[in-house]
Design a protein around this ligand. Structure first.
Ligand code: G3H
Length: 525
C-alpha cells in the first residue's frame, strides 16, 4: 500500500508532563493523553497516525487549583497584577515575546505535525502572532496615554482609564492553536486580568515548549495552563461562579453550554469567535480570473478549516459555466501531500473528519448536486481532495451547516434578492465576498450587506487580517470584537475617578505626591 503522506522528516516525540499553576511547572505523574498526527505510517493493521507524544490528562482537582491560583492573583482587583503599573505589565509581555522566539522552529514543526498545517502557513502563524503581540504593546501604551489626562465636564473632573475584568477562562481552537489563542490570552493578561488557559484537543503539544516561557515571564497566578478534557476541567471551573470572562474561539454550542453552567451568567463577559458560513457572490461582470483565484484561496486554504473560509459560493446564472469550469480547473491544480513539503491540501487532524465530509458530499449528490472538479472528493488516508458541488439543494446539511473542511457548495442565482434572503435567514453573520467590477452593483450590495455581516470584501476572499482591522460577527458568529486595539477593549472596562472641580487641590496632591497608581499623569513613552 502506498503511503498517503510520505514522511519527509523525523516526527518529533515529546511527552509533556507538567502544567503551570501559580507560576510553577508542576510535574504530572497521572494519566497522559496520546497526541497523534494526522500523518500516517504503515502499521500492523494498516495506516496508523504517527505518535507525536503525550500531554497530561489532568483532573477536576488540578483544574480548580488553576482557577484558585488565578482568583488569588486577581484578588478582587487588588492583586499585584491588576494593580501593577503599566510599565511592569509591558515588561512581562516583552519578556514573554523574547522567551517564545527561540522556540519558533519547534512550535512550527509541531503545528505541521499536529494539525497538518503546511509549512509556509505554520511559519506565518508563529510570525504573525509575534507581530500581533508587539503591536498590542504599542496599542496598550496609547491606551495608557489616553488615560493619563483629566477631563473636566460640567464642573466634574474625571480621569478615565480601562481596568481589568477579573478571571478569564481561555479556550482556543485547533485550526489556529497558537495565533487565535495568544491573540486573546495575552491582551487579556496585559490589561491586568488573570487567566486559566486550556489548549484545544488538537494543536496541544505545541504549548509544551512554551510553558517555561510563560513561567519565566509572568508573576505567579497570572497565567495558569492546564491540559485535559473540557468537560473535566472547564465545566467545574464555570460552575464555581468565579469566572468573569469566557474567551472562547470555537462554536456556539460549547460557549452556550459553558455560559449556562455559571451560576450568574449575566456576570460573564463573553469574547467569542464562533462558526461562520461566509458566502462569495459572483456577478456576471466579475473579473473571472480574480474571482477564481480568490475563491480557491478562500475556500481551500488549510483545507477549508478557517472560520473565515468561503463556505458557499453563489454564482450568477449568466457566468455559471465559465466560473465553474475555471474554479474546477484551478482547484484540480492544487497539490496534496505532506504539510512538511508545503502541499496545498494536507491531512485533516480531526478523527472521523473524512467520513463526515463524505456524508455531506453524498447527501448533496443524492439531492441533485454533481462534483464539478475531476479530483473532487478523492481520498487518501486522512486527506480529502477539495470537492466543488453544484447545484446544491438548500435542504442539505452542506448548505445549512458550517462544513469546516474541503467541500464547497455552489448555488446559482438570477436575482441578488435570492442570495440576500439566504443571508438574512442564515444563523451566521461574519463576512461576505462580492465579485463585481460594476460600481453601482458593488454599492447596492454593500448597503444591503453591511448590516447582515461585519465585513464586506470587494473582489477579495474573506479573511481576518490585517490584524489592526476589527474582526467580529453577528448572530452565531461572534460576541465582542477582536483586533490589536479592540482585544484590549474587549478584555477591560472603563473605570474612572471623578470629583467636583472644587476638589482640584486634593487631586493635585494625590497626583503630585505619587500616591496612586491609577490617578497619575505619567506619560508612557
Ligand atoms: O479561523 C478563523 C481565523 O480567525 C481566520 O483567520 O482569515 O487570517 O485565516 P484568517
Amino acid at each position: 500500500m502506498t503511503h498517503p503522506t510520505p514522511l519527509s522528516s523525523t516526527p518529533p516525540l515529546l511527552h509533556g508532563n507538567s502544567y503551570l499553576i501559580d507560576g510553577k511547572l508542576h510535574p504530572w505523574t497521572g494519566p497522559q493523553s496520546e497526541v497523534r498526527s494526522p500523518l500516517t505510517v504503515e502499521g500492523d493493521q494498516g495506516p496508523e497516525r504517527v505518535l507525536l507524544g503525550s500531554v497530561p490528562e489532568l483532573g477536576e482537582k488540578e483544574g480548580l487549583a488553576a482557577l484558585d491560583s488565578a482568583v488569588r492573583a486577581y484578588d478582587h482587583g487588588r492583586g499585584d497584577w491588576p494593580t501593577a503599573p503599566a510599565g511592569e505589565r509591558i515588561a512581562a509581555l516583552e519578556k514573554f515575546i523574547h522567551n517564545m522566539q527561540p522556540r519558533r522552529d519547534q512550535v512550527v514543526d509541531l503545528l505541521m505535525w499536529e494539525i497538518g498545517k503546511k509549512r509556509a502557513d505554520s511559519e506565518k502563524e508563529f510570525d504573525r502572532t509575534v507581530q500581533y503581540l508587539k503591536d498590542t504593546i504599542a496599542e496598550y501604551k496609547d491606551l495608557q496615554r489616553e488615560g493619563s489626562h483629566i477631563n473636566v465636564v460640567e464642573g466634574t473632573m474625571a480621569q478615565i482609564r480601562r481596568g481589568p475584568l477579573g478571571v478569564v477562562l481561555c479556550l482556543g481552537p485547533f485550526n489556529y492553536p497558537l495565533n487565535e489563542t495568544f491573540c486573546v490570552l495575552l491582551p487579556a493578561i496585559l490589561m491586568g486580568n488573570t487567566c486559566v488557559f486550556k489548549p484545544a484537543k488538537y494543536g496541544v503539544l505545541l504549548m509544551t515548549p512554551l510553558l517555561e516561557a510563560f513561567a519565566e515571564s509572568f508573576p505567579p497566578g497570572v497565567v495558569n495552563i492546564v491540559f485535559g478534557r473540557g468537560r473535566t476541567l472547564a465545566s467545574p471551573i464555570m460552575k464555581s461562579g468565579k469566572v468573569d470572562v469566557l474567551a472562547l474561539i470555537g462554536n456556539s454550542k460549547s460557549s452556550n453550554a459553558l455560559i449556562s453552567q455559571h451560576p450568574k451568567p449575566n456576570r460573564v463577559r463573553q469574547v467569542l469567535g464562533l462558526e461562520a458560513k461566509n458566502p462569495a457572490i459572483v456577478f456576471p461582470d466579475a473579473d473571472l480570473e480574480v474571482a477564481v483565484k480568490e475563491c480557491v484561496k478562500g475556500a481551500w486554504s488549510f483545507n477549508g478549516q478557517r472560520c473565515t473560509a468561503l463556505k458557499v459560493v453563489y454564482v450568477h446564472r449568466d457566468i455559471r459555466e465559465a466560473f465553474l469550469e475555471a474554479f474546477a480547473k484551478a482547484t484540480d491544480a492544487l497539490t496534496w501531500g505532506s504539510p512538511l513539503d508545503n502541499a496545498d491540501i494536507t491531512p485533516l487532524p480531526e478523527l472521523g473528519k473524512v467520513d463526515t465530509m463524505q456524508s455531506y458530499l453524498q447527501e448533496a449528490v443524492d439531492k441533485g448536486a454533481t462534483v464539478v472538479n475531476a479530483r473532487g472528493g478523492d481520498v487518501e488516508g486522512n486527506m480529502m481532495f477539495p470537492a466543488i458541488l453544484h447545484p446544491v439543494d438548500r435542504d442539505t446539511q452542506l448548505f445549512r451547516e458550517e462544513q469546516f473542511g474541503p467541500l464547497c457548495p455552489v448555488l446559482d442565482f438570477d436575482s441578488f434578492e435570492e442570495v440576500l434572503a439566504d443571508i438574512a435567514q442564515s444563523d451566521y453573520g461574519q463576512q461576505v465576498s462580492l465579485f463585481t467590477q460594476d460600481a453601482a452593483t458593488a454599492g447596492m450590495c454593500i448597503d444591503r450587506l453591511v448590516n447582515q455581516v461585519c465585513r464586506v470584501n470587494l473582489n477579495a476572499s474573506c479573511q481576518r487580517g490585517p490584524d489592526s482591522l476589527p474582526f467580529t460577527g453577528r448572530k452565531d458568529s461572534a460576541v465582542s470584537t477582536l483586533s490589536v486595539k479592540a482585544a484590549l477593549r474587549s478584555f477591560s472596562i472603563r473605570t474612572l475617578v471623578a470629583c467636583p472641580e472644587g476638589q482640584k487641590e486634593l487631586v493635585e496632591q494625590v497626583i503630585g505626591g505619587g500616591h496612586s497608581a491609577f490617578s497619575n499623569m505619567n506619560y508612557l513613552l
